[in-house]
Write a protein that binds this ligand. Structure first.
Ligand SMILES: [Zn+2]
Length: 178
């Protein structure tokens, strides 16, 4: 079900410039691990991490492992296409309501060239939004906007005090092929 976790150490090896052929092959078919590798590389490039690796590898491993949490998946409560019987490919805008820790998060998707503009508002300013491992800025009301170039890239994460919650890509959320 979750083959990715067994590549966790190998991704760190790759990030440090080592070789891990099996993990490297897995990257070709896994956007999530590709993103994690980029995050690990980013951590390594921040400076100081190399020293941490030498002096306290456990600390670095723990920090890297924090990037690899078991994200819970937000449940789709409803979406606007179900009311009109439309398919994703035939539509330019839609809304999906997700349930996140008992709160409804409404996310709007509008076509933007080949991709989508995703907008929403987190109900709690302690939440953060991450896309491809990078934090998405929130306005003072918690509003956020993510522009992506492909339908396959429409998934993002919420980081709550209670942990990480994955908002699936729009096609996955609708149960349609990308
Ligand atoms: Zn993976």
């Amino acid at each position: 079900m979750r083959p990715c976790r067994r590549f966790e150490q190998a991704l760190i090896v790759l990030a440090e410039g080592g070789e891990a052929p099996e993990a490297a092959a897995h990257l070709d078919q896994c956007e999530g691990c590709t993103r994690r590798l980029a995050e690990y590389r980013h951590l390594l490039g921040e400076g100081g991490i190399a020293r941490v690796t030498q002096n306290a590898p456990a600390e670095w491993i723990a920090r890297a492992a924090a990037i690899f949490p078991e994200a819970r998946r937000a449940a789709v409560l409803r979406h606007s296409l179900s009311q009109v019987g439309a398919r994703l490919r035939d539509t330019d805008t839609l809304q999906i309501a997700y349930e996140v820790d008992g709160v409804v998060l409404r996310v709007q998707y509008a076509r933007l060239g080949t991709g989508w503009q995703i907008t929403g508002r987190v109900p709690d300013l302690s939440w953060t939004v991450q896309h491809r491992g990078a934090s998405v800025p929130l306005d003072p009301e918690g509003g956020f906007q993510i522009d992506v170039r492909e339908t396959a890239d429409t998934g993002f994460d919420l980081v709550l005090p209670s942990g990480r919650v994955a908002i699936p890509g729009v096609a996955e959320a609708l149960g349609e092929p990308v």
